[in-house]
Design a protein around this ligand. Structure first.
Ligand code: ISL
Length: 556
């Protein structure tokens, strides 16, 4: 067991996608005042930290992950005074706020880039990666996460610039010490306001292989693993950031980024490293991607998911820290992806809540999961808003895919599934807005909403609340060791968490059928201390999507 206690290890994070949480001014878009009006919901759930997706000034090509001014709030979300009030109101409720820090790239409308593209001599030229073309094409064969080349030609100076996301998100050149200084200045600005930390967007990608060699394999996965992630100077940069900024504040940092494997992760979060506190490890978020990537999904395998947990938990048993989550604003709703969002929506949503709240790592709950929100029935491409989906539609349409076939895939994997508005009640637009919402409201809102859940002791919301308190009461669930008890079973997820004199057994039935198990429970143990069903199951049996937690104290 790890002994070093830190507030951010014991905390529960709640993620708010501001555009979709609560509109207060009737423009169909969520905003800061709307969020303030809903803070009690988050506090009453029992969360400690809110991670707020970007609210900075931005042309919103990638919904705010393309920042044009790091020191301003996008007017659509409100003003800096609104932001200051948000922070005050959160702190008054004992909630902490972590902001998204998006500094691998900025927006093409940021003044650095506007100046940079003007001439090869401009002092901002070196804030980005500009290179001449090769054989009439881009400098190399790297491709962007969102489709097409990672280089965009700019006729103004007859050179290409690097963008590993959209062409409106030019990559910042961290080799340039001036860029790093700018980033540290931004961080000090927000930390001095009193925010409680950062979630660092694609931080694994900030150090580039500046020779820009061609990739021998043109696939994105290979390019990310070999060229984009964990670049040569990444740890030097993170250590410098710690020295220059983070060591001066009692805040938490969580790094996000593709390509951080369980082997490499300790280099980012090892306690002696002075880099980051924890990461959003993404490996399990790619678990159902097929040979052609995200838009070629395959069924997920529980055995593979368990293998992922075993490997990652083993690495972090002794040193460093991770997070526990099954969805966020980039991946489908967890109940639709890992549960059964039809007949067993309530049971499977509670089972998944049990999983994330009994696992090692700081749990992160994406808004709406606490009421079991599902993927949305997008029927046509006109209803989609996400740049990734729109780009891949163009690419796959050219390859002959019909809109109908594409939409069937979008309903499974599209990021818009998790960006539909919060379902507060059964009034117009689920109580999210009085105007036309920026993205459709999931039509299941008349039944599936917060108001309904609050009215019942047996709801998903009530279950989350209870489970959060349960985790807080039992440090074993935070700090205990982890062992998978049935790694080869295709439907049963059974694991043990142990500290010196206490242990928990968590049993989860990932199937629509009753499941019998043997050899897991000690003889003397009878009934679970928690289950997502009311009434007892037969001993050694789980009902469909049933979660049972057994508590064993030494001497029993
Ligand atoms: O969204 C993904 C796949 O559909 C991920 O590969 C994602 O691109 C990756 O996790 C990085 O995500 C982050 O940076 C992106 C932004 O679009 C995402 O919303 C953000 O979470 C670029 O800033």
């Amino acid at each position: 067991m790890k002994s070093k206690q830190q507030w951010w290890k014991e905390a529960v994070i709640y993620q708010v996608y501001p555009q979709s949480f609560q509109d207060s001014d009737g423009d169909g878009i969520g905003d800061i005042q709307g969020l303030i009006s809903r803070l009690d919901h988050i506090a009453q759930l029992g969360a400690d930290v809110v991670w707020l997706n970007p609210v900075y000034k931005s042309p919103l090509d990638d919904n705010g992950y393309d920042i044009s001014d790091y020191y301003r709030i996008h007017p659509m979300y409100g003003t800096m005074e609104d932001f200051d009030l948000l922070l005050e109101e959160m702190h008054a409720r004992g909630l902490k706020l972590i902001m998204d820090l998006v500094v691998n790239h900025c927006s093409d409308e940021h003044e650095w880039f506007v100046k940079s593209r003007q001439s090869t001599e401009n002092p901002y030229r070196d804030y980005f990666f500009w290179r001449p073309g090769k054989n009439g094409g881009p400098p190399n064969n790297w491709i962007s996460f969102f489709g097409g080349s990672a280089w965009e030609y700019d006729p103004m100076t007859d050179e290409y610039f690097l963008h590993i996301f959209t062409k409106r998100q030019p990559d910042l050149n961290w080799e340039n010490p001036k860029v790093r200084k700018e980033v540290y200045k931004i961080m000090h600005f927000w930390l001095k306001k009193g925010i409680d930390g950062f979630r660092m967007d694609v931080i694994s990608l900030i150090s580039k292989h500046t020779g820009f060699p061609d990739s021998e394999d043109p696939g994105l996965e290979h390019i990310v693993g070999k060229y984009y992630a964990n670049g040569p100077r990444i740890h030097e940069y993170l250590k410098e950031m710690y020295q220059e900024v983070l060591q001066h504040y009692d805040v938490m940092t969580v790094g996000e980024g593709p390509g951080i494997t369980d082997e490499i992760a300790p280099l980012y979060v090892g306690e002696e490293r002075d880099e980051l506190n924890m990461i959003f490890q993404l490996e399990h978020m790619f678990i159902d991607w097929g040979p052609e990537g995200k838009f070629d999904p395959v069924d997920f395998s529980l055995i593979a998911l368990k293998e992922y947990y075993t490997r990652w938990n083993r690495v972090f048993e002794k040193n460093g820290w991770i997070t526990s989550f099954l969805d966020n604003h980039d991946f489908p709703r967890m109940v639709s992806r890992f549960g059964n969002d039809g007949k067993y929506r309530v049971e499977s949503a509670k089972l998944l809540a049990t999983l994330i709240l009994t696992m090692p790592g700081t749990p992160c709950i994406y808004f709406g999961s606490e009421i079991g929100m599902t993927n949305a029935p997008f029927a046509s491409i006109d209803q989609c808003r996400d740049v990734e989906t729109l780009n891949f539609y163009k690419i796959l349409k050219e390859k002959g895919m019909t809109e109908r076939d594409f939409m069937a895939i979008v309903r499974k994997v599209g990021r818009d599934n998790v960006r539909t508005p919060m379902q507060w009640d059964d009034t117009l637009n689920a109580g999210f807005t009085s105007a036309i919402p920026w993205i459709m409201v999931n039509p299941n809102y008349p039944e599936l909403n917060v108001q309904n859940d609050l009215a019942s002791d047996d709801s998903i919301y009530a279950f989350y609340r209870e489970m959060i308190q349960f985790r807080k009461k039992h440090p074993c669930l935070v700090h205990g060791s982890y062992t998978d008890l049935a790694p080869g079973h295709p439907e049963l997820f059974a694991f043990r968490r142990v500290v010196e004199n206490e242990q928990f057994l968590v049993l989860l039935n990932f199937s629509d059928n009753p499941l019998k198990f043997t050899g897991i429970l000690p003889k003397e143990i009878d009934q679970p201390v928690r289950s997502n069903y009311s009434g007892h199951a037969e001993k050694h049996q789980l009902r469909p999507w049933e979660a049972q937690i057994f508590h064993i104290q030494s001497g029993t």
